[in-house]
Write a protein that binds this ligand. Structure first.
Ligand code: PBG
Length: 329
């Protein structure tokens, strides 16, 4: 009698497949990144990311409500200011576009979801780097930390539940933790972008934040070939007090995600970035991929590799698909 092992038995019906499914993808696992742009009265679609919008302050509130109604676990806000300068002063200004957007969304949805803020200067600087520069034009780690510390407090004050340092400066988590603690925001969490690679997949995001960058981020973001270093970065962030850690991008770094998930004693997030989104949308537009199946497969894979939380531009839609599949409106 051959074969003696028949794994196909557990694939015979939809019911048995559902029973033995190892990985779930629920709305609560998903976080929606959103862009609010200064000076807009109507939302404007981002050319490099079809289906993703630069929001006006009004449309941001509406889109946030829609995401919350769909049941997403959180929202991650990015701001696109009208003016850029050398130190990214719009980032620390309480009336800067990101802080204004945070206030708006906090007022709209309150504690019904988890409101996260990207804590980084690249959207705000006129040179497009994630930090401030020294006289030689190099990114100055320690001076940047002081700005992040201030920016984090402004974001917490604007209503962010979670501060998310994404600039890959050494010591950023520790400095932000301390500045939140001494200003009375000891209950504000930190989601550290811990293992963040110098990735080509951030390409479409550059348009999304109107990036002024010439050159690259290779002196602070990680070399795509380095897995062990990703673990070290996560370890350091945990030691500095990160409440959650993140791996980014997701799909090309599932091995790093798996390794970080196995060592982390806090929740682990992964960010399915702009390039991952846009390449699938581009193939779908040509009729080469089935949109819903492809998106669900990528998100499930990221969960399977160890992500508790997945940041994705499809968050609202994927959450709606889930509700639809259960017959919930
Ligand atoms: C930095 C930041 C970036 C992204 C998220 N936070 C850009 C970068 O580091 O170059 C990329 C997100 C995406 O590509 O979807 N503020």
């Amino acid at each position: 009698m051959y074969p003696s092992h028949r794994p196909r038995r557990l694939r015979r019906t939809a019911a048995v497949r559902r029973l033995v499914s190892e990985t779930s993808l629920e709305p609560r696992h998903l976080v929606l990144p959103m862009f609010v742009r200064e000076g807009l009265t109507e939302p404007v679609e981002i050319t490099s990311m079809p289906g993703v919008f630069h929001h006006s302050r009004d449309s941001l509130r509406r889109a946030a409500s829609e995401a919350v109604a769909a049941g997403v676990g959180g929202l991650m806000l990015f701001g696109v200011p009208a003016e850029h300068d050398a130190t990214g002063s719009g980032a620390v200004d309480p009336d800067g576009i990101l802080n204004a957007g945070l206030r708006d969304v906090a007022a709209e949805v309150g504690d019904a979801t988890v409101l996260m803020a990207d804590t980084c200067l690249d959207e705000f600087t006129d040179h497009g780097h994630c930090g401030v520069l020294d006289e030689d034009g190099a990114v100055d780690n320690d001076r940047t930390l002081q700005v992040y510390a201030e920016m984090a407090v402004a974001q917490a004050d604007a209503g962010a539940h979670v501060i998310s340092p994404s600039g890959m400066m050494d010591g950023q988590v520790g400095v932000i933790r301390e500045s939140l603690d001494v200003t009375g925001f000891e209950d504000t969490s930190i989601l550290a972008y811990s293992a963040k690679y110098a990735s080509a997949f951030f390409g479409p995001f550059r348009e999304a934040v109107d990036s002024q960058l010439t050159g690259d981020r290779n002196t602070y973001q990680q070399d795509p070939g380095n897995g062990r270093e990703g673990l070290r970065e996560a370890d350091l962030d945990l030691a500095e007090g990160a409440d959650m850690v993140m791996v980014k991008p997701a799909m090309s770094y599932l091995d790093v995600l798996r390794d970080v998930a196995s060592l982390s004693d806090v929740p682990v997030a992964a960010y399915q970035v702009s390039g991952e989104y846009s390449m699938i949308e581009a193939a779908v537009a040509r009729g080469w991929l089935d949109r819903r199946r492809t998106v669900q497969e990528t998100l499930t894979s990221i969960r399977r590799a160890g992500a508790d939380i997945v940041l994705t531009y499809w968050a609202t839609e994927a959450a709606q698909w889930y509700r639809e599949s259960l017959g919930i409106r």
